[in-house]
Design a protein around this ligand. Structure first.
Ligand code: DAH
Length: 358
């Protein structure tokens, strides 16, 4: 019996030696010191032993039990320590690692430029008016003095969106719907809104019309199918070309710097007469001539002119009494000049490396 106890102790300690986690430890406990373990069987069998054997075997069995329980306690502590060490190692925090970069969103460069332009015009007394991006052919062209077959329409090949060949619509003689090709139709809408309330005596207008325009273009480094424009319109009594020159010169100085030189070049637009394009002295080379200004020393920044009498009429203003001037500029173009961006496709290409720089 004493030999058997020695066996039990030896086997138990050996199997405990290879236990390394909690579940194996629990299994070991059941198998070695549990109710039906060999050791407990010895205790259960004590009654069948002789008077002389009983105390000897009982004492020896108790001794084995003490040894095994002590070993269990020690192992239990070791397993706990090992688990703690493992989780500490796994969850180790390296406080010397650089932090994760936080990406801060920002306004699109075009929106930033649009707001720059609008805030300058607002300082100069222009009120912002937003007009629709989906227009009728009538507003986009006809009311602006483009006749149905006016050659100027060729400059603005358009996205028509209600072309229905079976109904015979979509021809330019009808009034199809299109994406506006410029912000100028907003002139008509703003004038009509202002004149509708008081047809006999419509109020003076000084407005800025910002927004996206669309043209059916081949997308290249120099042309895109969408771009932002800001349109300006002033209508009232006694407005002259001198007002146009003064206003646009002031605008250019506020936009490009106080000593910016500007020049007006005669041009043609169907909705203005006379018409002029405005150049600013090249701010890259200071007018000496460089790649950006193509050696001319000047950069074209906008189109302008005195509002054509037909356009005033279409807006509900009597051209015998009222005059006005208008101008329109592309905001991406201004940014390209300002930042020497050579490819307009960057603007809508959604490349964060480009957008991040603004
Ligand atoms: N609408 C013209 C364009 O898209 C720009 C323009 C020129 C607007 C002259 C005007 C203007 O108001 O007077 O090319």
């Amino acid at each position: 019996m004493l030999d058997k106890l020695k066996e039990i102790e030896k086997a138990a300690l050996e199997s405990l030696a290879v236990v390394s986690d909690q579940s194996a430890l629990d299994a070991w406990r059941v198998a070695n010191v549990g109710r039906s373990s060999p050791l407990m069987q010895v205790f259960a069998g004590l009654g069948k032993l002789s008077k002389e054997e009983k105390p000897v075997v009982g004492a020896a069995a108790n001794q084995v039990k003490i040894v095994l329980e002590a070993a269990l306690e020690e192992k239990s502590q070791a397993v706990k320590n090992a688990m703690l060490a493992k989780s500490l190692a796994e969850e180790k925090l390296d406080v010397t690692l650089p932090g994760r970069e936080v990406n801060i969103g920002r306004l699109h460069p075009s929106t930033q430029q649009l707001r720059r332009v609008l805030s300058i015009l607002a300082e100069m007394g222009f009120q912002v008016y937003t007009s629709r991006e989906v227009e009728s052919d009538e507003m986009n062209f006809q009311m602006l003095n483009f006749a149905p077959h006016h050659p100027a329409r060729e400059m603005q090949d358009s996205f028509y969106i209600d072309v229905d060949p079976s109904a015979g619509s979509g021809s330019r003689e009808d009034n199809p719907i299109l994406m506006r090709t410029h912000t100028s139709p907003g002139q008509i809408r703003a004038m009509r809104e202002a004149s509708a309330n008081n047809p006999q005596n419509p109020p003076p207008i000084r407005i800025a019309l910002p927004g996206m325009c669309y043209r059916y273009e081949q997308i290249t480094a120099r042309s895109e199918i969408q771009f932002n424009q800001v349109e300006g319109l002033a209508v009232g009594e006694g407005i002259t070309f001198a007002d146009l020159k003064g206003t646009l010169t002031d605008f250019a100085r506020r936009m490009f710097g106080h000593d910016a030189r500007v020049r007006f070049r005669a041009s043609y637009f169907p909705f203005t007469e006379p018409s002029a394009e405005v150049d600013v002295e090249c701010f890259v080379c200071g007018g000496k001539g460089c790649q950006v200004c193509k050696n001319s020393g000047w950069l074209e920044i906008l189109g302008s002119g005195m509002v054509h009498p037909n356009v005033l009429q279409n807006g509900g203003y009597d051209p015998k009494r009222y005059t006005g001037f208008a101008f329109g500029m592309g905001t991406e173009r201004q940014l390209m000049l300002r930042n020497k961006i050579t490819d307009i496709r960057y603007f809508w290409g959604n490349d964060v490396r480009f957008l991040d720089q603004f």
